[in-house]
Design a protein around this ligand. Structure first.
Ligand code: 13P
Length: 250
């Protein structure tokens, strides 16, 4: 089943105008690897300027509000982000689930609002270290996925990112076997909910992915790409991850 690899940088709360040179350089790397879909989810303040220099990469946002508009001081709507130049957005990142107390229902609502504005969506799920150590990771993350999955979930606008919370920014990753087990469990959960559509849906791995481990991770059958934080902040660090995805395509 030909799922095009998807490799996305999440810059989180990093990036000023000076970093647009790296956006442009990453866009050039993306253009050189057309077999891979490459994107950068940037701070909203950079989206407009980055769109003009994105090369072969798409530009995305990191969140959107669940409502279309209204009295929500400081928040951004999906339509605003789309108009600024975003074609994707992340929803449900663990940092927002923790810092902003976003619930599964919020995340599903955000995904639907984003789709209505024409954005593609990366929906994040992942377990804490306590859950992993208790042996409950697959059950907990599968339940989180089902509860966060929007109505009408389909492979042409939605991708899933499995990001173990304890692997984010720590340099630690699960064993390859654990990643394979989790991704297979998530695929099975998607099949139970949306049937054959699940076979085309990309499931990304995220959490300390870098140029040293990307090739091994991307070779896992149900790993369809990566959501990359720290190693996406410069072209020098991100290029090897993109190249590993291209090599995994063959
Ligand atoms: P790191 O790659 O820095 O661990 O971040 C992963 C992540 O949270 C991407 O969304």
């Amino acid at each position: 089943m030909g799922r095009r690899k998807l490799v996305v940088g999440n810059w989180k709360m990093n990036g000023l105008l000076a970093q647009l040179d790296d956006v442009e350089a990453i866009g050039s790397v993306a253009a050189a690897h057309p077999a891979v879909e490459v994107g950068l989810c940037l701070p909203a303040t950079l989206i407009g300027a980055a769109d003009a220099r994105r090369g072969g990469a798409f530009i995305g946002a990191q969140d959107c509000h669940q409502n279309g508009n209204g009295a929500h001081t400081g928040c951004l709507s999906a339509a605003m982000l789309a108009q600024a130049g975003a074609s994707w957005t992340i929803v449900g990142h663990s940092e927002r689930r923790q810092d902003q107390a976003e619930t599964d229902a919020d995340v599903a609502a955000k995904a639907l609002t984003a789709k209505a504005a024409g954005l593609n969506v990366i929906l994040c799920v992942g377990e804490s270290l306590d859950v992993r150590d208790a042996g409950d990771a697959e059950a907990v993350v599968s339940a989180q996925l089902l509860a966060s999955l929007p109505q009408g979930a389909a492979a042409d606008w939605l991708a899933i990112a499995y990001e173990p919370i304890w692997a984010i920014g720590t340099g630690r990753i699960p064993t390859m076997e654990a990643v394979a087990t989790m991704h297979a469990a998530l695929r099975a959960e998607l099949v139970s909910r949306i049937g054959d559509e699940a076979q085309g849906m990309r499931i990304l791995y995220g959490g300390s992915m870098n140029g040293d481990n990307a090739a091994e991770l991307m070779a896992i059958a149900d790993v369809d790409g990566g959501l990359v934080g720290g190693a996406s902040l410069t072209a020098a660090k991100f290029a090897p991850v993109i190249a590993a995805a291209a090599a995994a395509v063959g």
